[in-house]
Design a protein around this ligand. Structure first.
Ligand code: R5P
Length: 280
């Protein structure tokens, strides 16, 4: 059976549909009555899908794990759609916490294994005390693209995103992969260099793991707009979209923007459920 935090209901439902396993309410909303109706056979597994977009969502996921443990199933699998704090994966300044390590340690005792959809850095999976594997949902980002892209470039806004752009390009089946160079000055300010890249007359598909403040993608689109490109698509796996990210992107000239449903937003046009279902 599948259950999900309130932040991961669409993706949990889609996983349940694909696998034909029931989507149950283990009281994600704190309703004990609903949870009492769910019985779990000893040989059953419980798959918990959670996206930890807030402190409350982290707590919900921990509580769901605890509720699953109480039912004593054969196997408890935790699928993290979007893993909060994933960019705080090392000590950037003395005195800081490696927040994602603390989260991974907290999520380990009440599960048999973990899957994480496109964690910001795959090395964070080593922080779990149970087996933890990544899932790549980037190929899903090829789905909304029209069949007639002209001479497309699949572009990472920085070097770290190149493999994601490759994932989308391979699924689309044609085009080339490239990347800009990004220098981050602060949480909201980035500088980007295109060097001598020429995208004249081509369609460009920008791909990143997440859009948070929108600073990275806005800068990339500004650079692309200086050239006489054809269509520009902006895509990411995790549409965090904090603060005024959408306005910022719109001001930068972004017209076509889409993402997966690891975070349920208005731009979540494709589902990460198929690659999740594949590993379950
Ligand atoms: C950074 O390394 C990530 O891959 C994304 O580029 C970044 O998190 C996006 O953040 P923002 O939208 O705030 O620029």
């Amino acid at each position: 059976m599948i259950t999900g935090t309130s932040t991961a209901q669409p993706i949990a439902m889609e996983v349940s549909n694909i696998l034909g396993e029931p989507l149950v309410d283990l009281a994600y909303d704190g309703s004990v009555e609903a949870a009492e109706d769910v019985t779990v056979g000893a040989d059953e597994r419980v798959v918990i899908v959670g996206s930890t977009t807030s402190s409350q969502a982290h707590l919900e996921l921990l509580e769901l794990q605890e509720r699953a443990v109480q039912r004593d199933p054969d196997d408890i699998v935790t699928v993290i759609g979007y893993m909060g704090y994933s960019r705080q994966d090392k000590l950037f300044n003395p005195g800081e916490a490696v927040s994602v390590r603390a989260i991974a340690k907290a999520l380990s005792p009440s599960t048999d294994r973990v899957y994480s959809v496109n964690p910001h850095n795959v090395s964070v999976l080593d922080y779990f005390d149970v087996p933890a594997e990544p899932i790549d949902a980037a190929p899903q980002l090829a789905e909304p693209l029209p069949d007639d892209l002209s001479d497309p470039v699949f572009l990472g806004p920085d070097e770290d995103a190149v493999w994601l752009a490759e994932s989308v390009q391979e699924t689309y089946g044609e085009g080339v992969v490239d990347n800009f160079e990004k220098i981050r000055h602060s949480a909201t300010e980035v500088e980007m260099r295109a060097d001598d890249k020429d995208f004249t007359g081509r369609d460009v598909v920008l791909v990143d793991d997440m859009i948070a403040t929108g600073g990275t993608m806005s800068e990339a689109v500004r650079l692309i707009s200086k050239q006489d490109t054809d269509r520009v698509y902006v895509s990411c796996v995790h549409p965090l979209l904090v603060d005024n990210a959408l306005s910022k992107l719109s001001r930068a000239g972004v017209k076509s923007l889409y993402a997966t449903d690891t975070i349920d937003r208005s731009i979540s046009r494709v589902s990460a459920a198929p690659p999740i279902a594949d590993v379950l």
